[in-house]
Design a protein around this ligand. Structure first.
Ligand code: SF4
Length: 343
């Protein structure tokens, strides 16, 4: 398949323009920019060749979807309970409200449908859609149980502000000069000075994302679940990969992941589903290591991309090192969560 025929979603191409400062800086934006300015910028830039939405299409993680479904279901229930002035499961009207919503199973199904409708706009979701739908269907009974537990603990009342309920009235500071405003949240043991700290941090963050390219802050914590790492040249350098290898070797067993990111160059084909390749970058194996790339049965996406000399970035691939035979070559297979990008 020539490069011109590859879906732009799977091409490693930097955005045409780096994004400007966010119109409104939220605290999560600030934290994201501070963590890795490059990651924020790559995620927030526009990619009109890929889709019409702002930002880079996010990677789909099942755990995130479960959280979104539960949140959606919870929001629907709390809004309905609020409308019926029902404060808890012990309230007489609770059963009627839930009956009106069709019961837990129906609520979870509706919330899952809403989440899937949004996902269908994400081109990164398309190759995994059948698998994700099957997994969500399988998880539905567990999500129903989780929802019941959450609803059982729910208490709505005058002083309670549930999901989707009206927020407490807060008002802006009057015009004037405030040298410092200290926030204290006793329950969290958290305090801070609003003006000096946030203004300075915000100024520094904006200065970071005005750089071209924005600074990349590589670490295992930052990069492991970075949704745009296939686009980040800094990530694929040998220096960064060595740093990540060191961090990984000192991570405890539960923290270390068994999936690997590898940049490879395709060599000769051995069979319809097996290709030889050589690694270019990736801390799981030294550069120039020979590997066997096994293409899953039924794959329709990867097979057309395979051609001698083509360079691919494999993200979240599975690497099997055959320790019983010192002459055998490591095997790279692709999981449901794996992605392949053409350089
Ligand atoms: S791969 Fe790492 S260094 Fe690159 S953008 Fe992502 S978090 Fe930042």
């Amino acid at each position: 398949m020539p490069e011109s025929a590859v879906d732009p979603m799977w091409l490693v191409r930097l955005p045409h323009d780096w994004p400007g400062a966010p119109a409104w800086m939220s605290f999560s934006d600030l934290q994201n920019i501070e963590t890795c300015p490059r990651r924020w910028s790559l995620s927030a830039a526009s990619y009109p060749n890929i889709w019409s939405h702002r930002g880079y299409p996010p990677k789909i993680y099942l755990a995130t979807l479960y959280g979104r479904i539960l949140h959606g279901a919870l929001e629907l229930i709390v809004k309905s309970l609020n409308r019926a002035s029902c404060s808890s499961v012990a309230d007489e009207s609770f059963v009627n409200v839930m009956r009106g919503l069709g019961g837990y199973t129906s609520i979870i199904q509706q919330a899952a449908t809403d989440v899937l409708d949004k996902l269908n706009e994400n081109p990164r979701f398309t190759p995994r859609s059948r698998y994700v739908v099957a997994e969500l269907t399988r998880a539905a009974p567990t999500l129903c149980e989780n929802l019941q537990v959450l609803i059982g603990k729910l208490r709505l009342g005058g002083a309670h502000f549930g999901v989707g309920a009206q927020q407490p009235r807060r008002s802006a500071l009057n015009e004037g000069t405030y040298s410092e405003i200290q926030l204290r949240v006793a329950k969290m043991h958290w305090h801070g000075f609003v003006d000096r700290d946030l203004t300075l941090r915000s100024r520094q963050a904006l200065a970071e994302i005005r750089k071209t390219p924005p600074r990349a802050v590589a670490s295992m914590g930052n990069c492991t679940f970075c949704s745009v790492r296939q686009l980040c040249d800094e990530y694929w350098t040998d220096t960064t990969q060595e740093l990540l290898a060191q961090e990984k070797s000192s991570a405890s067993g539960s923290e270390a992941r068994h999936l690997a990111d590898l940049e490879v160059e395709i060599r000769e084909q051995e069979s319809p589903s097996i290709w030889r390749a050589v690694t270019l970058h990736g801390h799981a194996l030294p550069p120039n290591s020979e590997v066997v790339l096994r293409i899953p049965a039924g794959d329709t996406m990867l097979r057309p991309l395979m051609s001698r000399g083509r360079c691919l970035r494999l993200v979240d691939a599975s690497l099997i090192q055959q320790t019983d035979d010192e002459y055998s070559v490591p095997v790279v297979t692709l999981q449901r969560s794996s992605e392949v990008f053409v350089l």
